[in-house]
Design a protein. Structure first.
Length: 244
């Protein structure tokens, strides 16, 4: 019965509190800052730990780095489950209970765990993917909005050019399908600005599909690399943090 309850808890696609597109875009927005933090902490921790391991200072640094990597795996699994509604099954670490109090034994067990190594690769991949995701989630909706509001942009640009011309300067602005000169309203250019509206709607619809697909791809990558390949047990949530 307990396993059944936990299985229901880790079936996040049943949640409807966060709209799917909004959750996907939020996940993509968070990918860049989180990916940058993960990347810096892992590279610095491993470099300092391996460089000072000969004087034993590196051992606790490596231990803290591995703890951080496991913490990253937990954070990313929970984010993908909550925002992307992708199931993230989990089983406890295979390390024996009697080894949890020994740092060397815990370190050896962590290094032999495939999820630890896959989590490192995931952090390396998340940094460039986070940059791409952040740029797309900012650029595509903004371009679609500007094109959809093409006539309003033309009127606003004409007004601004008029203020510049009134100050004694010549102004000439280029827009998609239209242009303004010295703040003079041109009915033909204004009519041409409406051509951008269907282009903006098309880009907006395409952007939604692209961003949703990218978010789902990132979520599936997280499930493949941060979850064990053989799912035998569903652990309670408190046990996940205890396994650190």
């Amino acid at each position: 019965m307990a396993a059944l309850r936990m299985q229901e808890e880790y079936t996040p696609q049943r949640r409807t509190t966060i709209p799917n597109t909004l959750g996907n875009m939020l996940y993509l927005l968070l990918s860049f800052p989180l990916g940058l933090i993960y990347f810096i902490l892992m590279i610095v921790g491993l470099s300092v730990g391996l460089g000072t391991i000969v004087v034993w200072i590196g051992l606790p640094i490596l231990l803290l780095t591995l703890l951080g990597i496991r913490g990253v795996a937990i954070i990313e699994r929970d984010m993908a489950a909550s925002l992307l509604h992708i199931p993230m099954p989990y089983i406890p670490s295979r390390q024996p209970a009697e080894g949890k109090g020994n740092l060397l034994r815990w370190l050896r067990a962590s290094l032999s765990d495939a999820v630890t190594w896959k989590s490192m690769i995931y952090i390396l991949l998340k940094f460039p993917l986070g940059i791409i995701s952040f740029v797309l989630v900012i650029t595509l909706p903004l371009v679609a909005l500007c094109l959809t509001l093409g006539p309003l942009v033309y009127l606003l640009n004409t007004y601004i050019d008029g203020l510049v011309f009134a100050a004694g300067y010549h102004s000439h602005s280029y827009l998609l399908f239209a242009e303004t000169r010295d703040g003079i309203f041109d009915p033909i250019m204004f009519a041409r600005s409406f051509i951008a509206v269907p282009c903006g709607l098309l880009i907006g619809w395409s952007s939604r599909a692209i961003l949703n697909g990218l978010a789902q791809m990132c979520g599936l990558m997280a499930r493949a690399m941060l979850c064990p390949s053989q799912i035998d047990v569903v652990a309670p949530k408190e046990d996940r943090y205890a396994s650190l």
